[in-house]
Structure formats: C-alpha cells, structure tokens
Design a protein around this ligand. Structure first.
Ligand SMILES: C[S@@+](CC[C@H](N)C(=O)[O-])C[C@H]1O[C@@H](n2cnc3c(N)ncnc32)[C@H](O)[C@@H]1O
Length: 298
C-alpha cells in the first residue's frame, strides 16, 4: 500500500516510522522499549518487532472489544511477560483509551525485568498496569491477583509455563486464553523415557523413535494435548499460524474462548491420546475437569 505520508515530502525513514506509529500511540513508550531510537527513527529489527506485536494485537483487540460489551472493567494477565512488549502495546493501544477500572498484570520470574517494567509504567502514567515477580505456577494462588480474570495471554512463555498459564486460566475462569507456546521439554522427555516399552506395544512409536522426532513430535503432541485440555474444560479452540512472526520458529497461535460446561468427548479423547502415546504419567499436567475425573473411561 502506498505510504500516505509521502505527500508531506518527508524522508523515507521518517515517513515509514510515522506510518507505523499510530496517532494515539506513546512515542516515549516506543523509545523506552527501544523500538524507536532517541531521535524517533526505527531500524529494520524494531520495525519487524513492532509489526509482529501489532499482528498479535489484531487478534487480541476483538476479544477485548467483545468483553467491553458487558460494560464492566476487563482484567488481563500476561504470563512470562519478559520486557512486557505485549503488555505495554496492549495498554497503549487499548487500555489507555478506555478510562474505566480495567487492569493489566504482567507475571515474570526475572526480578530486574519486573522492576524495569514497573518503572516504565510509572514514568508513562500507565496506572492500571502491575508487574508481579512470581512464577506462573505461584500466581495461581497469589492474593495479589483477582479471583477471576477475563483474558490470559502467554507469549513464548518457556517450557511448562504455558501449561501453568492454562491452569491459571482454568482456575480464574478466563473467558479468553491466547497462547503462543514456546518449546516444552516435558512431553518429549516422557516419550523418550517410555520408548523401549512402547516399541513392543505400538507402531505409533515410529513417530518419535529418532531423537529429533521425539523433540518435534513431542512439541506437536504437547500443543494437541493443550488444545484437548482446553476443549475438555468447555473452551472452543482455534489454532492458527502467527504469520509474519519471522524471528521465531515457534509461531503457533492458540486462541480459546470459554463457551460452556465440561466437554466429555474432548476429555475422553485427551485420556485416550495420553494412553496411546504412553504419557499416562502426565495426566496431572493435562488434568480433566473435576466433574469428569472419575467418569471418563481409562
Ligand atoms: C522467551 S521470553 C518471552 C517474553 C515475552 N512474553 C515476549 O514474547 O517478548 C520468556 C519469559 O518468560 C519468563 N518465564 C519463564 N518461565 C517462567 C515461569 N515459570 N513463570 C514466570 N515467568 C517465566 C522468562 O524469564 C522470560 O522473561
């Protein structure tokens, strides 16, 4: 698409930067996140990063707008927040523009990142943001978070932090869950551990007999199990590719919306799949809804 700012006779770099920075957006924030240089320019890497975050924002904004229809404040928890690019962009482009009691939390185990984000939010006057130095697992029971939250996000949260984020979402009855999983080693390790037993039991073991396949199949199986778990708990799940996420191989986007009560068929399929793959030991990780715990056939 032609750059609409070219009519102002600006140099190409400044034009591009202005085109990509939205009118309502804080330039101070983009400088603090090193997306813009001190003189307001943008390099190739930052341009790519910003494009990617916008791309994810485009998936999340409609969910926030849906929640707004209920005319009550929204709570969003971002797990494994890192430098909180996602949280800050969400706040700047959405939360900041709606002067209600909506609140955004970032959960992160690295204390220095929590401190930096806390300082930046204070500097920008982003008063309805809070960063907590907690693991995702500990945040489930933390009194610093509300008993119910509306949206849970986890963007490249390492290893089992994504699973803990699902646990958190289920516990907090989140309406929406948005996950871009990172690599998870637990399932692959379990597949490897049971390989010799499974060699005698099922031809399926060929899917992960070689170490590189254990890793890749393990990663794929993990996301399939996560989706089934969400479905078993009454969520409708969409899995898509985060197109344009060039900086990472991990570009699977899982969006789940709570639609109803526990889903017996999904719970049965989750249980069967764990059995077929020899992953029964992980049934606590991919736990079923309470009401189906005893009745789903093992
Ligand atoms: C790959 S970074 C992603 C950061 C950010 N979400 C992004 O995509 O730019 C993963 C972050 O998750 C944090 N992390 C890893 N395991 C965690 C856990 N169990 N609880 C909370 N944070 C965790 C790490 O310290 C790191 O900052």
């Amino acid at each position: 698409m032609a750059n609409p700012l070219s009519v102002f006779g600006l140099d190409e770099e400044t034009e591009n930067t202005m085109y990509e920075v939205k009118p309502e957006q804080s330039v101070e924030l983009l400088k603090a996140l090193h997306i813009l240089t001190r003189d307001g320019k943008m390099n190739q890497d930052s341009r790519r990063k910003l494009k990617q975050i916008y791309h994810l924002f485009n998936f999340i904004e409609p969910l926030l707008k849906t929640l707004q229809q209920d005319e009550r404040p929204i709570s969003l928890v971002d797990h494994g927040a890192g430098k909180s690019y996602l949280g800050f962009i969400l706040y700047d482009l959405f939360f900041k523009l709606h002067e209600d009691a909506s609140f955004l939390y970032g959960i992160e185990t690295r204390e220095e990142l929590v401190e930096k984000s806390t300082q930046l939010a204070a500097q920008l006057g982003f008063g309805r943001m809070r960063f907590l130095n907690l693991s995702v697992a500990d945040s489930i029971r933390s009194a610093l978070l509300p008993p119910q939250v509306d949206v849970v996000t986890a963007l490249h949260a390492c290893n089992t932090a994504t699973d803990d984020a699902i646990h958190f979402a289920l516990q907090k009855q989140a309406r929406f869950v948005v996950l871009v999983p990172c690599c998870q080693a637990e399932v692959a390790a379990e597949l490897k551990k049971n390989k010799s037993r499974m060699l005698h039991e099922s031809v399926l073991v060929e899917l992960w007999r070689h170490p590189i396949h254990s890793r890749e199949f393990g990663s794929h199986a993990t996301n399939v199990l996560r989706c089934l778990q969400l479905e078993a708990h009454g969520y409708q799940v969409t899995v898509t590719e985060l197109v344009g996420w060039e900086h990472s191989m991990k570009n699977e986007l899982i969006i789940a919306e709570k639609k109803g009560q526990a889903n017996r068929r999904a719970a049965e399929r989750l249980t069967q799949l764990l059995q077929m793959l020899g992953l029964e030991a992980l049934s606590l990780r991919f736990f079923l809804p309470d009401q189906l715990q005893t009745s789903v056939s093992k």
